[in-house]
Unconditional design. Structure first.
Length: 216
């Protein structure tokens, strides 16, 4: 058994800025504003420790831009796992998930070298902020709902625990992930804790497969 496992995780999907931010948060442990777009591919590494195993992750963040489309599949080769991203506020990125999934799987299946199913996580990025609501004004509005001489403008009463409406719902993301056989997460791209959890759980699944098939 080796002292260190080497795992390659491909990060694909849209939008480029959000998925690159997530990768940088995981690698660097902090958020910085000096973002530079992924002009093709960005390859970074991080050493982690899982269940008494040393694991070196190679993160391959490929651009979703059309100009890079012909070259992108070549970077999927040898992948141990993958992350497909979408912007919950952009339905087009949700619709594109199947294409990203097909592109990645086609390359993996074409080589037919893997003896185990390559785990894939679908990550829905939360980008909208909760609308600012004057709770005190809402309470007054409820008490005076029959008063017609007050113009309340656009304020609408809602329960405090009412779910914020987003263009792509959590249920839709979960349903698509289940259909494709993927694990599903939702996070803000700057959330270090959840980003770390995603990479950690993917790595655990890969290590489980490798030990099962003695694929060291």
């Amino acid at each position: 058994m080796p002292d260190e496992y080497l795992l390659k995780i491909c990060i694909i999907g849209s939008p480029d800025k959000l998925k690159t931010t997530m990768a940088r948060i995981f690698i660097e442990g902090k958020f910085t504003q000096d973002y530079l777009p992924t002009l093709g591919v960005a390859i970074t590494t991080k050493q982690i420790h899982i269940n008494n195993y040393d694991v070196r992750l190679i993160l391959v963040d490929t651009s979703g831009k059309e100009f890079f489309g012909k070259d992108r599949p070549s970077y999927h080769r040898g992948a141990s796992a993958a992350i497909i991203t979408l912007d919950k506020g952009d339905r087009d990125s949700f619709k594109a998930v199947r294409s990203w999934y097909k592109e990645f799987l086609n390359e993996i299946n074409r080589l037919k070298r893997s003896r185990y199913q390559v785990p894939i996580a679908l990550v829905g990025f939360i980008t909208k902020s909760e609308p600012k609501v004057d709770i005190a004004a809402l309470k007054i509005q409820k008490r005076l709902k029959n008063t017609d001489w007050i113009n309340w403008g656009d304020i609408e009463a809602r329960d405090d625990d009412e779910e914020i409406d987003e263009e792509v719902t959590t249920a839709e993301g979960q349903s698509l992930a289940e259909e494709l056989g993927l694990s599903y997460y939702e996070t803000r791209p700057t959330d270090k804790e959840i980003s770390g959890q995603i990479f950690h759980e993917l790595s655990l699944r890969v290590l489980g497969y490798k030990r099962m098939f003695n694929a060291y």
